[in-house]
Design a binder for this molecule. Structure first.
Ligand code: T3D
Length: 264
């Protein structure tokens, strides 16, 4: 039996490849379960310091599997969202390690929003994005109504969601939906290089940033300033801060370990 999710490791990068290429990597329950298990393992593995999420074949993900998941019968979509999509997005946003989505082809519906739940999204020139939900009488889920306006502003978010138009990777980059659109040639290598670069950063600082960016969505400036102080205090006690300052004074590149605070 083929695996719906391929997991490989390159150095400190765990590569997760959605692997249902004949369905453009549509999300079904078994793929969701594999993703949940993969992220749970990554969370507790100190050797993994970045995640690269991509798709096999010509698609990144076409969203919910419309044949297997929705197939005509009356189903409670809320139950499937509760069971699979919401825990996945929560887990990705809270993961104390950077997640890079490498969008290698079409990203539609929840497949698009799965990519946007990553920390950094790069897409190849031939990739495209569509909030396809409206075409089948649904609204964006998997965090789309939250993530999209934060990324591209309310006007564009509403246009994308209500019209369901397909936009190119270059357009997505131009409107700030993704970090960068890069050439098709060498895309996988470029994505891995980016992930490896992030894996070599001070991981605790990235974890703290994720925490702070998440909190900023609901905090006042006052609360956010206090949070920054508290997180920076913790980062000031990490081996990576000591190494960063030492490397600066010795005029050499830092070698970060990603280790948490000094104990004792
Ligand atoms: O309970 C819950 O899960 C609720 C959650 C809902 C969240 C959602 O994501 S709802 C939105 C679901 N996604 C869509 O509506 C997108 C459906 N797909 C498309 O619109 C198009 O396939 C694409 C625009 C993504 C790509 O078009 P194209 O022309 O490049 O490819 P294609 O020929 O349409 O698709 C290729 C194959 O993939 C085809 O199979 P076949 O005919 O070769 O055997 C097609 O049926 C299959 N496929 C594509 N998308 C899905 C899919 N199979 C199942 N589910 C899909 N979403």
């Amino acid at each position: 039996m083929t695996q719906d999710l391929l997991e490989t490791t390159e150095g400190a990068v765990r590569i997760l490849t959605l692997n249902r290429p004949e369905k453009l990597n549509a999300l079904n329950p078994s793929l969701h379960e594999a993703l949940a298990a993969a992220f749970a393992a990554i969370e507790t593995d100190p050797a993994i310091r970045a995640v690269l999420l991509t798709g096999a074949g010509r698609g990144f993900s076409s969203g919910a599997d419309l044949m297997q998941n929705l197939g005509g019968e009356q189903r409670d979509l809320g139950a499937s969202i509760d069971r699979h999509y919401n825990p996945l997005v929560r887990r990705m946003r809270a993961l104390p390690k950077p997640i890079i989505a490498a969008v290698n082809g079409v990203a539609a519906g929840a497949g698009a929003n799965l990519a946007l739940a990553a920390d950094i999204v790069i897409a190849c020139e031939s990739a495209n994005f569509t909030q396809a939900f409206i075409r089948i009488g649904l609204m964006p889920d998997a965090g789309g109504t939250f993530l999209l306006p934060h990324l591209v502003g309310d006007a564009r978010a509403r246009g994308l969601a209500m019209l369901g138009d397909t936009i190119t990777a270059a357009e997505a980059a131009a409107m700030g939906m993704i970090w960068r659109c890069v050439p098709d040639t060498g895309f996988a290598e470029a994505a891995l290089t980016l992930a490896a670069t992030l894996a070599a950063k001070p991981t605790q600082a990235i974890a703290a940033m994720k925490h702070a960016f998440n909190a900023a969505a609901v905090n006042s400036l006052d609360l956010q300033l206090d949070l920054e102080r508290d997180l920076q205090r913790k980062l000031g006690r990490t081996p990576d801060f000591a190494e960063g300052v030492r490397a600066f004074s010795e005029r050499r590149p830092p070698r970060f370990s990603g280790a948490p605070e000094f104990q004792g």
